[in-house]
Design a protein around this ligand. Structure first.
Ligand code: SAM
Length: 232
């Protein structure tokens, strides 16, 4: 089987050994096939809301002779999956809002027995906030750069309760302070986004205060990046 791309390889690194994983929105099936083929996961479920991607996952599963270990399911998110069998949920390559929508509809995932590996393509800030407010602890993150875009991959465990994260945490999560080139790049990229938002807002006098909040966040992000870079 071909090597995973950087994004999926980072996701695979967070998967706990010996688990039964559900790869939601599997598309080509690369991630779940890698995990089962390498013996990281005992078994798995490959799901997709669309038949065409599921067919391509099925073809890869067949090619690798993993039919007895990976079941394919055509479904929306986690609907209809065997809750008592799954302890690892992987949702990669979707927008943060879609990931939240999928998790929100499946109350059973709120369990200490379930571990999440999430890789949002957008709105990582919104996803971090939602996770913290809904009892999830973000254990770790890894930044990856793919075709000049920076993405984060998150590992999260359910601890219950509800935390209200600050804006800085929502923007950086567990990447702030990580001695890693791509984590620092991620902070700088976030700082640029904040400056862009601020410059848009500054066109209107009544949004000045709002703009200053974004400038302050950008400064904090750059400061954190400077401090970490000095230590690398
Ligand atoms: C961009 S692909 C990502 C594929 C793979 N997970 C990755 O990260 O490379 C997104 C896939 O998610 C599927 N998808 C989108 N919304 C979904 C949902 N609510 N439930 C299941 N699959 C979904 C799409 O059909 C598509 O195959």
């Amino acid at each position: 089987m071909e090597k995973l791309d950087l994004r999926l390889a980072a996701a695979a690194e967070f998967v706990k050994e010996g688990t039964v994983a559900a790869d939601i929105g599997t598309d080509h099936g690369y991630l779940i096939c890698h995990l089962v083929n390498e013996g990281i996961c005992k078994r798995g479920f490959a799901t997709d809301i669309n038949i065409k991607p599921l067919e391509s996952a099925k073809a890869l599963i067949k090619e690798l002779e993993l039919e007895d270990k990976i079941e394919t399911i055509l479904t929306d998110g986690l609907a209809g999956l065997p809750e008592d069998e799954i302890d690892e949920i992987l949702i990669c390559g979707m927008g943060g809002e879609t990931i939240i929508g999928i998790l929100e509809k499946a109350k059973w995932v709120k369990s200490e027995m379930v571990h999440l590996v999430l890789q949002p393509m957008s709105r990582a800030d919104m996803l971090r906030r939602w996770l913290c407010e809904n009892g999830w602890n973000i254990d770790d993150e890894k930044a990856v750069e793919v075709e000049k875009h920076l993405y984060t991959v998150m590992s999260a465990s359910y601890i219950g309760g509800s935390e209200t994260p600050d804006e800085f945490y929502c923007l950086t999560g567990e990447l702030a302070g990580q001695y890693d080139e791509y984590a620092v790049k991620y902070l700088r990229w976030q700082a640029n986004i904040q400056r862009g938002i601020a410059s848009g807002l500054l066109r209107s006098e009544k949004e000045k205060e709002h703009a200053l909040k974004h400038i302050q966040l950008a400064d904090m992000l750059d400061e954190q990046a400077d401090e970490t870079e000095a230590e690398i």
